[in-house]
Write a protein that binds this ligand. Structure first.
Ligand code: PLZ
Length: 450
């Protein structure tokens, strides 16, 4: 991006006062006395309102949103289609329990997920509340369908915070430390992480696959492997795009060996990467797909969608939960899917990628601390290093750049096993101008600190 394109709204116009303002500071005092400190808070700016690409706090500060609550408000906050459907549902009923007296919207969300997930085979869906719950249920389904127990996950993986999901998640701090013992029969294989593969990115796919195969066949045993779970782009792990071919080879190994291939699309799904699901870029049809986050426009809803013969393997009552597929959340999902389809939000995600590639590329050209620019669609990242030769992770710099952006009114998240990745995942309805302003602040942060 050339600098004359940058029409940065002066910080003073966005921020009315230093953060936290008076009202936020008061709320934060109450939080410390009332809320478990195990629930972290990145920025003590208490939300008052969400707009398309902006979050407004209770002191009137406006933050450019490059985080969308971790890929949740993909269609924006208060998307009109979501709001209209949820309002209407509020006037009808708020809960019955789908297992007790079912309702149409749940069936319709299942039909939509069956239609939108990769592959034209016969599918079924079950709905839950959170991503972690979807992951847990995908593993339950794989185990009961195969009669096997072993599950293989990868380095840098994040699959959630419940017990089995924690076992599948790779990173110790803060996700696992002190929370064991973890669910058994979980094994970990190396990830084809191109930037950090010891013998270079060209060899990552082949060598990581060989290491996976040795683990699966010699240690776990193919005949014991119920499922292999992989994110098409690792989210919390640092927006790691697997080396080309790796994802597909793993899926093929599963098909050849009777194991269930689970694509965890909780973060990548629902137009985030420019297609409905990121597995499509890998020309892969997963056996099971987990969804959550962007699915329901901000309401809690998750799903497992996949091959009918797998999804129907659990006995009636084997899958469920009191709230799974809540009627308000289902209506929200139908509204969000309409908004994505009619707003062409997949195309928009690719436009956002182009804008970011230009803006982040310009920063990378000026700053050798940017080791890599990577990602897909509206899921882009910078990996920061202390030295481009040793590739030693620059965690402290990453944190300082994030803080600079937060202080200047731009919501930016970090990620990565080494805490050295800045990640950008704005709502897909954000304006070019807001993105450009966000990128300008990021550029200033690098110029000031890197
Ligand atoms: N699978 C791929 O990205 C959630 C977590 C935020 P839940 N990622 C954001 C935090 O700090 O907890 C995630 C994911 C992938 C599963 C999950 C879990 O989804 O809805 O948070 O349970």
């Amino acid at each position: 991006m050339s600098s004359d394109l940058v029409s940065r709204e002066p910080t003073a116009d966005r921020l009315r006062c230093p953060v936290p303002g008076r009202r936020s500071a008061e709320l934060d005092r109450r939080r410390r006395a009332a809320v478990s400190s195990g629930v972290g808070v990145l920025l003590p700016a208490y939300a008052d309102r969400g707009e398309d690409g902006v979050v407004v706090d209770v002191d009137g500060n406006r933050f450019i949103d490059l985080a969308s609550g971790v890929a949740v408000t993909t269609v924006g906050n208060r998307n009109p289609r979501v709001v209209a459907r949820v309002r209407d549902q509020l006037d009808r009923f708020t809960h019955t329990g789908f297992f007790l007296t079912p309702y149409e919207s749940y069936v319709e969300v299942a039909e939509e997920l069956n239609r939108l997930t990769p592959g034209t085979h016969e599918k079924r869906t079950a709905l839950f509340n959170s991503g972690a719950e979807a992951v847990e249920n995908a593993v339950k389904i794989a185990r009961t369908a195969t009669g096997r127990r072993g599950v293989i996950a990868f380095d840098h993986a994040f699959h959630g915070r419940t017990n089995l999901a924690m076992a599948l998640t790779a990173k110790n701090q803060p996700y696992k430390a002190g929370f064991g013992p973890f669910a058994g029969e979980v094994h970990r294989a190396p990830m084809a992480y191109p930037y950090r593969w010891p013998s270079g990115p060209e060899r990552a796919a082949q060598e990581a696959f060989e290491a996976f195969r040795t683990l699966a066949e010699k240690q776990v045993g193919a005949e014991n492997t119920a499922a292999v779970i992989l994110e098409p782009i690792q989210g919390e792990g640092g927006f790691v795009v697997p080396a080309p071919g790796f994802f597909r080879e793993i899926a093929r190994w599963c098909a050849d060996n009777g194991a269930v291939f689970i694509a965890d699309e909780v973060q990548t799904g629902m137009c985030r990467t420019g297609d409905w699901f990121a597995s499509s870029y890998e020309h892969t049809v997963p056996d099971l797909v987990t969804t959550a986050k962007g699915l329901a426009g901000g309401l809690p809803l998750s799903g497992v969608t996949g091959r009918a013969e797998l999804m129907d393997a659990a006995g009636p009552g084997g899958l469920g939960g009191t709230y799974g597929g809540n009627p308000l959340a289902c209506e929200a999902a139908l509204g969000a899917i309409e908004a994505m389809e009619e707003g062409g939000l997949g195309v928009r995600a690719r436009e956002i990628e182009a804008l970011f590639r230009t803006g982040l590329g310009a920063i990378a050209d000026r700053h050798p601390s940017v080791g890599e620019v990577r990602g897909r669609g509206a899921m882009m990242a910078l990996e920061l290093v202390e030295d481009p030769d040793t590739r030693r992770p620059a965690a402290a710099l990453t944190r300082r750049i994030q803080q600079y952006c937060l202080d200047a009114g731009v919501l930016v998240l970090t990620a990565g096993t080494f805490d050295n990745v800045l990640r950008f995942l704005p709502p897909l309805v954000i304006s070019d101008e807001q993105l450009t302003q966000g990128l300008a602040v990021l550029g200033e942060a690098f110029d000031a600190l890197a």
